[in-house]
Design a protein around this ligand. Structure first.
Ligand SMILES: *Cc1c(COP(=O)(O)O)cnc(C)c1O
Length: 473
């Protein structure tokens, strides 16, 4: 029942299932039509006493699981931001699951540490990050795979906090530490501040939703007057609401002058920097102490894979260093022990999926993916602009188009609700400065030009079902 012979059959059957699933995903409804609690009635109350045949279990995937799946890789899925899915990454995860090592130190699986170092240098080079961030660079820089951008931000704040609390002026004054981010930053940034037990000040961005140097500097000066200790700034490249970019060169200079740690969160947009035409948006990263983006969003490396670099890795390692005897080894100090670089001890062999994806697509293939998705978003934005009933509250950016009906928030809320109830396409809304907007993100690698046309037809069909005039405020 659990022999390698069975595994060969079971595994091959699953590969076929996965290939069929993705080949046929277009024919499924993008959103499930189930209600909360649907699953419990489909399965027994308790786990089986006797093991079952894998074929029986496989049958239940269609009966129990699939009806309750939101198909993120459906060509008509345009909600949130993309999450990656590619065959090389899926296959790499099989290998990772088979080696099933816990790579907390070098000796715990040398390949796990060393491939991560190499692939993080490959990625950093592909993004044209300053050499100071790379293992092969001149200093103590290097990259680490975190589970999520949320963790990367938290690790950056905790490292900055530890560094600052060591200094004379901040010793014992944790309650006076303040970090800064744009009011448009992702909620995980505010949350990281809470988790770290420091004050997070949200600073208003300019009219283009870009946080500027003057506003940041004014906030920092005001807080210093009050006796607070500014220690960290989190800049966003590609906000979740509208994919706007903070002014990194301006923020960088302020951070340099004010002597505070600059962390850059480019969770979604970061993947685009492998294309030379988008790389200027990363200018100013040379001022940063740490930088992060999610290959698991837009670079075809399946979740979870959040790439983080730090210029001086000693600042992470020193911040959380504990060294019990049972984790020590004789090569300690010669090569990173990644257990010091993040919050958990255990870590999966995640670099395999970066390695497979980068080799099998090549940088050329990855750039092509980014460019095609940007082009599809532009196609959508152009169609929206041909209809005078609609407006683009912010310019299209990367694979994201924000749009709305020129009417009240209520009308736009209704339209959003209708569209998602019909479930032929899936979008999610956002609110920017009290304006309710609809977000259209190009997400699936299966989305093609005709899907964009289909989405637009579907949006108009639903608009016809509600009355615009009824609720204009
Ligand atoms: C998606 C996103 C996050 C959160 O990403 P996780 O990896 O899920 O933590 C953070 N910041 C920005 C700008 C994002 O777009």
């Amino acid at each position: 029942m659990t022999s390698s012979e069975d595994f060969r059959e079971f595994g091959k059957a699953m590969i076929d299932y996965v290939a069929d699933y993705l080949d046929g995903i277009r024919d499924r409804p993008v959103l499930p039509q189930v209600t909360p609690g649907y699953l419990r009635s489909l399965v027994p109350d308790e786990a089986p006493e006797k093991g079952e045949d894998w074929r029986t279990v496989m049958k239940d995937v269609d009966r129990v699981i699939m009806p309750g799946v939101t198909h993120w890789h459906h060509p008509q899925f345009h909600a949130y931001f993309p999450t990656a899915n590619s065959y090389p990454a899926i296959v790499a995860d099989i290998l990772s699951g088979s080696i099933a090592c816990i790579g907390f130190s070098w000796i715990a699986s040398p390949a796990c540490t060393e491939l991560e170092m190499v692939t993080m240098d490959w990625l950093g080079t592909a993004l044209n990050l300053p050499k100071e961030f790379l293992f092969s660079g001149p200093g103590n820089g290097g990259g680490v795979i975190q589970g999520t951008a949320s963790e990367a931000t938290l690790v950056a704040i905790l490292s900055a906090r530890a560094e600052r609390l060591k200094r004379e002026e901040a010793k014992g004054k944790m309650d006076r530490l303040v970090a800064y981010c744009s009011a448009q930053a992702h909620s995980s940034v505010e949350r990281a501040g809470m988790l770290a037990g420091i004050q997070m000040r949200l600073v208003e961005p300019d009219e283009n939703f870009s946080l500027r140097g003057d506003a940041l500097n004014a906030a920092i000066e005001e807080d210093k007057e009050k006796g607070l200790i500014p220690f960290c700034v989190i800049a966003t490249l590609g906000t979740t609401n509208s994919c706007s970019f903070d002014n990194l060169p301006e923020l960088g200079r302020v951070c340099l002058e004010q002597d505070v740690w600059l962390h850059v969160d480019a969770a979604y947009a970061g993947s685009s920097f492998i294309c030379p035409e988008f790389r200027p948006l990363l200018d100013g990263v040379e001022f940063a102490e740490s930088f992060n983006f999610n290959p698991h969003k837009w670079m075809l490396v399946n979740f979870d894979c959040s790439a983080m670099w730090i210029k001086d890795s000693r600042k992470i390692v020193d911040a959380f260093n504990v060294d019990p005897l049972y984790l020590q080894h004789r090569h300690q100090g010669e090569i990173p022990d990644y257990r010091h670089w993040h919050i958990p001890l255990g870590r999966r062999f995640r670099s395999l999926k970066i390695w497979f994806v980068m080799r099998i697509y090549g940088l050329e293939g990855l750039r092509k993916h980014i460019r095609e998705q940007v082009e599809l978003a532009n196609q959508f934005a152009e169609i929206v602009q041909t209809d005078p009933r609609f407006e683009l509250p912010t310019p299209p950016r990367m694979g994201l188009v924000c749009f709305r009906v020129k009417a009240s928030n209520v009308v736009n809320e209704k339209l959003n609700k209708k569209i998602n109830e019909a479930a032929r396409i899936h979008i999610t809304p956002a609110k920017i400065r009290d304006k309710y907007i609809l977000r259209f993100a190009v997400c699936s690698r299966f989305t093609v030009s005709t899907d964009i046309e289909f989405a637009w037809t579907e949006i108009l069909r639903n608009l016809d079902l509600i009355s615009i005039n009824q609720d204009t405020e």
